[in-house]
Design a protein around this ligand. Structure first.
Ligand SMILES: Cc1ncc(COP(=O)(O)OP(=O)(O)O)c(N)n1
Ligand SMILES: Cc1ncsc1CCOP(=O)(O)O
Ligand SMILES: [Mg+2]
Length: 211
């Protein structure tokens, strides 16, 4: 199953992040991306260490948003970088061939350019409207997902406004997996939310095979 949880401590309704992650993993989340935009480096490292030791028990990979140094410091499995973050070649040189490196793309042109890189997946960003991240480029929509699938050689993870109502359509449009923030972090029952998303992914993939 390909469900990424991207964390946001401001959306957990006061619940501890580790509880949200534990529930998300129990519901089928396959990878966790720790995304911290406002905390100090010290706090990021300490939180990262706590999340890493939790996930080690479940054998679920942890990747760090933006910060190659934090990923290295805590022995995370990799990073997620965007078009304005550390360039892919430098991130790969620092982290090595075994690291998981995800790269955001916002257009089919960026996806085409990423064919030159051995990234582990592309984050298609944003597929739909979201209030979780500000200053985003125009939404790709399902058509954008289809267009990127047609030109990319990579695993495609869709992000932005994804929930259990639209998840199936996003996979049918060509995404291999989904990344969500609010659909799990802000859910009243994060475990159930992850389970529902996994079900939708599985249903869409089964229908694609049967077609
Ligand atoms: C899976 C996934 N896709 C895209 C993003 C966005 O990354 P970026 O464009 O670098 O923006 P920030 O997350 O750093 O604000 C992502 N984090 N994860
Ligand atoms: C981090 C990020 N990158 C592109 S959209 C986004 C936020 C997605 O949040 P949500 O799943 O709550 O719409
Ligand atoms: Mg970034």
């Amino acid at each position: 199953m390909n469900l990424h949880l991207v964390t946001d401590r401001s959306l957990t309704l006061g619940r501890p992040l580790l509880d949200i992650i534990r529930a998300a993993v129990a519901g089928g989340t396959s990878l966790v991306q720790l995304r911290e935009k406002d905390c100090s480096t010290r706090e990021f490292v300490e939180l990262g260490q706590a999340v890493a030791s939790l996930l080690q028990g479940y054998k679920i990979p942890l990747i760090i948003n933006d910060r190659v140094d934090v990923a290295l410091a805590i022995g995370a499995q990799g990073v997620h970088i965007g078009q304005s973050d550390m360039p892919y070649p430098q991130a790969r040189a620092i982290l090595g061939s075994q690291a998981i490196i995800g790269l955001s793309v916002e257009t089919p042109e960026q996806a085409l350019a990423a064919n030159l890189f051995d990234v582990d997946y592309l984050g298609l960003s944003p597929v739909f409207a979201t209030t979780t991240k500000m200053d985003l480029p125009p939404q790709l929509g399902l058509q954008g997902v289809q267009e990127i699938r047609a030109v990319s050689r990579h695993q495609l993870i869709a992000i932005g406004g994804i929930n259990s109502d639209n998840a199936e359509n996003v996979i049918t449009a060509g995404a291999h997996g989904l990344a969500v923030v609010s659909a799990i972090c802000a859910a009243s029952d994060p475990k159930n939310a992850a389970m529902e998303l996994c079900k939708k992914i599985a249903v869409a993939k089964a229908k694609a095979v049967a077609a």
